[in-house]
Design a binder for this molecule. Structure first.
Ligand SMILES: NC(=O)c1ccc[n+]([C@@H]2O[C@H](COP(=O)([O-])OP(=O)(O)OC[C@H]3O[C@@H](n4cnc5c(N)ncnc54)[C@H](OP(=O)(O)O)[C@@H]3O)[C@@H](O)[C@H]2O)c1
Length: 290
């Protein structure tokens, strides 16, 4: 199959940079949106230049400048957005540009988490993420833009090394909080795998106008299983402290406004609560193995 021309929006971000690497590795002509707003951010600039040295093309455009966005989109046939959670709604501008350009054969908006279509019952205030992702989906579908949504469940780095503990990304040393009974299964995804599956889906006809669900069977573990693996690896036994759901929710209310990281754990908690539903539904909606 002929390789695609892929524009990555948010290409210096946590998942975006991995998508750029995966796109280059798969031999696609890879364009990265370079925003003038990055200004003096030397880390971003150096990353962009290192991608350029690997063959990527940097395209200057701003989400605030419709003409520049249309011009950027016209150079490619696939757009992958990996824009950050705080800026999801800016993607409306991207949708407008893609609609006007009229040449895009596949758009992948910034999703890469739990399928927002199944999170109507999520709790405030974290549910805003799901609501905004759904707003972008509606705009895409109203504009009849060919699309693929990637549901990637839990990024490993946020939930595995810390054994799903709050306020840290490192393993706990003596005590570990266990949510509920700790037996509900969670799907953990290596971020590089998320990027690879994303890039593999861009020209796969089976993924056209579908949601793909990334859930390798060996990555599906309960928190108890995760803790047991760490204890075996480290040779240490951790004291387990059970956290009932009402206690967890009360503690979140205190911290939510000030601690953004806690939001990730809210996702985790919501997931622990509703995962059985999610897994049941993923079987019905075109789960793909690539
Ligand atoms: N499943 C999980 O566990 C999990 C965990 C984390 C994130 N996610 C999902 O992954 C996606 C990307 O998240 P991330 O953590 O990778 O994001 P991120 O690193 O925080 O940011 C991604 C990019 O957003 C762009 N951006 C930031 N401010 C912007 C602005 N004002 N205007 C336009 N672009 C702006 C920047 O791109 P440039 O500067 O390169 O233009 C930035 O590099 C989101 O959909 C998020 O929900 C999932």
């Amino acid at each position: 199959m002929e390789n695609s021309k892929v524009l990555v929006v948010g290409g210096t971000g946590y998942i975006g940079r991995r998508i750029v690497r995966a796109s280059l590795a798969h031999g696609h002509r890879t364009f990265i949106l370079m925003r003038p707003e990055i200004g003096l951010n030397i880390d971003k600039l150096q990353l962009l230049l290192s991608f350029k040295a690997q063959g990527a093309l940097l395209v200057e455009a701003s989400m605030e400048d419709h003409r520049s966005l249309v011009a950027a989109v016209k150079q490619v046939d696939v757009v992958v957005s990996a824009i950050s959670g705080r800026h999801f709604l800016l993607q409306i501008k991207l949708v407008e540009a893609i609609k006007e350009a009229g040449n895009i054969k596949r758009f992948l908006p910034s999703e890469f988490g739990i399928d927002p279509a199944r999170m109507g019952h999520a709790l405030e205030p974290g549910r805003i993420t799901f609501d905004e992702k759904m707003e972008i989906r509606r705009a895409i579908e109203e504009a009849s833009i060919p699309h693929t949504y990637v549901s990637a469940n839990c990024f490993a780095a946020f939930f595995v090394p810390n054994l799903s503990q709050m306020r840290t990304l490192l393993p706990p040393k003596e005590k570990v909080h266990v949510y509920g009974d700790g037996n509900v299964k969670v799907i953990f995804m290596d971020e590089d795998d998320v990027a690879t599956y994303t890039i593999k889906s861009i020209d796969d006809p089976r993924a056209l106008n579908k949601t793909i669900y990334l859930r390798p069977p060996e990555n599906i573990l309960s928190q108890n299983e995760l803790i047991a693996k760490w204890e075996k690896l480290s040779g240490e036994v951790l004291e387990r402290i059970p956290i009932p759901s009402d206690e967890f929710l009360a503690s979140m209310e205190d911290q939510m406004s000030t601690d953004f990281l806690v939001k990730h754990f809210q996702f985790c908690f919501i997931l622990l609560h509703f995962l059985r539903n999610t897994v049941k539904h993923t079987c019905l909606v075109g789960t793909m193995v690539l």
